[in-house]
Design a protein around this ligand. Structure first.
Ligand code: HEC
Length: 116
């Protein structure tokens, strides 16, 4: 009985460890994907989170908040459909690309677009 219990804990431990590493790996892959999508579709105008056309409408947290953009879903919608004079990039981003790039943008904004 004791042995079974020990095996159970050992198994749970390994499984949790494996699961967490997998999640971490997936997150890293998604972050890379987000960065690539951004470079490809957004950086032309939003280099380093700025905005070369309308400077006040940049991707820094203060600007996003001022314009009522306070979650990645709203950014995904803008990426897909555009906003004001910015057109949408639905076709370029592909399936789920809007969400992936939006999550990446949101994370960069939280981190003040500081690149390691
Ligand atoms: C051709 C230039 C251009 C490209 C490429 C572009 N944008 Fe924009 N973006 C703009 C302009 C211009 C605005 C301001 C629009 C307005 O309010 O009239 C803007 C506004 C935004 C805003 C609102 C910012 C704020 O503070 O109000 C977000 C979010 C945004 N863009 C995200 C993206 C994402 C994500 C991509 C890539 C999928 C992207 N943009 C690609 C030009 C561009």
């Amino acid at each position: 009985m004791k042995k079974k219990l020990r095996n159970f804990f050992l198994f749970s431990f390994c499984f949790t460890f494996f699961y967490l590493s997998l999640l971490k790996g997936l997150n890293a892959i998604e972050a890379d994907l987000g960065e690539n999508l951004f470079k490809h579709s957004c950086a032309g105008c939003h280099m380093n989170g700025g905005n070369i056309i309308r400077r006040s409408k940049n991707l820094k947290i203060s600007s996003l908040k001022r314009n009522g953009i306070d979650n990645p879903e709203t950014i995904a919608k803008i990426a897909r459909q555009g906003i004001g004079i910015m057109s949408g990039y639905k076709d370029e981003l592909g399936e789920n690309g809007d969400e992936i790039v939006a999550n990446w943008v949101w994370e960069q904004a939280q981190n003040a677009w500081f690149q390691e």
